[in-house]
Design a binder for this molecule. Structure first.
Ligand SMILES: CCCCCCCCCCCCC[C@@H](O)CC(=O)SCCNC(=O)CCNC(=O)[C@H](O)C(C)(C)COP(=O)(O)OP(=O)(O)OC[C@H]1O[C@@H](n2cnc3c(N)ncnc32)[C@H](O)[C@@H]1OP(=O)(O)O
Length: 357
């Protein structure tokens, strides 16, 4: 004959919770029929291993669907009230059956339950508000990055197209006046590029700060110190090669970032962004090194930026000493960024391959 397990109950405005004291319950059958809950299971209760069962005729209508979860120690049953509200007792019968008792672990009186609902709602509202704020911030960041990348893309495209067209029209002659025709836009783009260091520093993009710092400091050194401050360098063909190599990568890199802002990609563009640098980077550093070497006699002659020294040592040290050190730093910078870009390339293509599998 089936025994009756101990049953503990608690309520909320919308639910009834029952905790049936049965360990390792098996063959559980729970249903609500004509507003009465029928429970049957095998398990270890107060009177040992046995068949256990009980039924409860609820005080007010409940929904026929019941959910339950069996743990090693008990069976938790949840019944939904047909109408939201607080019941003065659980069952129709006024006298409480002996197997039924309040579940003090979950027990709340009506006002506490209301408070719980209010707290839950407040938490939900807080989560919703912070999500809205986050979404607002994300879209602001995306908009800012998109505009930044667009401006750089337009700038470098103008440089690249202008130089290419001039090369076709004027041939070799175009190599000698690159600085005069291009430098203003290049100054603008390269000053703006310092933003990339800030983006990395403030976490606007997922990358380290060192690679963009090397890139921005390296290029601006060449642009402002070597080319900008020495008129003698303005008509040298090396300006053409440096500017052309810089802008070639950027016409792929910036549109790649622009698509990335909308979580989109165009496979060919991704491939170009993570491949074209392989020949361009060493060539770029080589062209920059040629520019530095060509500038050394000019700095020596003009004494521009020479470092004043105490009279006992000599009158001044030529800036070319700094340039010799810079030449070494350049190859160190090349090594760091080449390795960084190689890792980025591997990460990108490996992830893609894994995703495709
Ligand atoms: C400490 C100071 C020392 C100074 C020493 C000076 C030494 C000088 C050495 C000089 C060497 C420089 C030579 C150089 O000037 C020569 C040339 O440029 S030659 C031409 C060829 N050049 C190139 O190919 C390099 C081009 N540049 C770059 O690739 C980047 O500038 C670089 C910083 C090198 C690498 O970029 P990054 O680390 O950002 O890698 P990723 O592009 O893969 O981006 C990583 C993730 O961030 C997202 N991201 C990055 N930027 C943006 C952006 N603007 N908008 C949106 N998203 C961005 C990107 O999408 C990646 O995200 P995810 O991984 O999720 O896709």
């Amino acid at each position: 004959m089936a025994l009756t397990p101990l049953v503990y109950w608690a309520q909320r405005h919308e639910d009834i919770y029952l905790r049936v004291e049965l360990t390792d319950a098996q063959n559980i059958a729970v249903c609500v029929h004509e507003n009465t809950l029928q429970f049957r299971a095998q398990g270890r209760g107060a009177k040992g291993q046995n068949d256990y069962e009980f039924s409860l005729a609820f005080l007010l209508p409940v929904k026929p669907e019941v959910s339950y979860k069996s743990t090693q120690r008990q069976v938790n049953v949840t019944v939904r009230k047909e109408q939201r509200g607080w019941w003065e007792r659980l069952i129709v019968q006024e006298r409480k059956p002996v197997f039924l008792a309040p579940d003090f672990d979950r027990w709340l009186d009506e006002s506490d339950a209301e408070m719980e609902i209010r707290q839950k709602e407040e938490k939900k509202n807080r989560v919703r508000a912070s999500r809205h704020k986050e979404e607002g911030f994300v879209s602001l960041k995306t908009g800012y990055l998109f505009v930044y990348n667009l401006v750089q893309f337009l700038g470098f495209s103008w440089i690249f197209i202008n130089m290419t067209v001039r090369l076709f029209i004027f041939g070799q002659d175009s190599l000698y006046d690159t600085f005069h025709t291009i430098s203003d836009v290049m100054f603008f783009c390269q000053i703006l590029a310092t933003v990339e260091v800030l983006n990395a520093a403030f976490g606007a993009v997922r990358t380290g700060i060192i690679p963009p710092l090397i890139q921005v400091v390296g290029r601006n050194f060449i642009l402002f110190i070597i080319f900008g401050s020495l008129e003698e360098m303005h008509n040298r063909p090396v300006v053409f090669f440096v500017f052309y190599l810089w802008s070639t990568i950027e016409i792929f890199r910036y549109p790649f970032y622009m698509l990335g802002c909308f979580n989109t990609e165009w496979k060919t563009l991704t491939w170009l962004r993570y491949t074209v640098w392989i020949p361009l980077y060493p060539l770029g550093v080589l062209a920059e090194a040629v520019a530095v070497i060509q500038s050394i006699p000019i700095f020596d002659e003009t004494k521009l930026f020479s470092i004043p020294l105490p009279k006992s040592i000599g009158s001044s040290a030529s800036f070319s000493y700094i340039l010799h050190i810079y030449l070494i730093l350049m190859f160190l910078g090349l090594f760091i960024n080449f390795r960084h870009l190689y890792k980025q390339r591997k990460r990108r293509f490996q992830t893609k391959k894994r995703k495709a599998n």
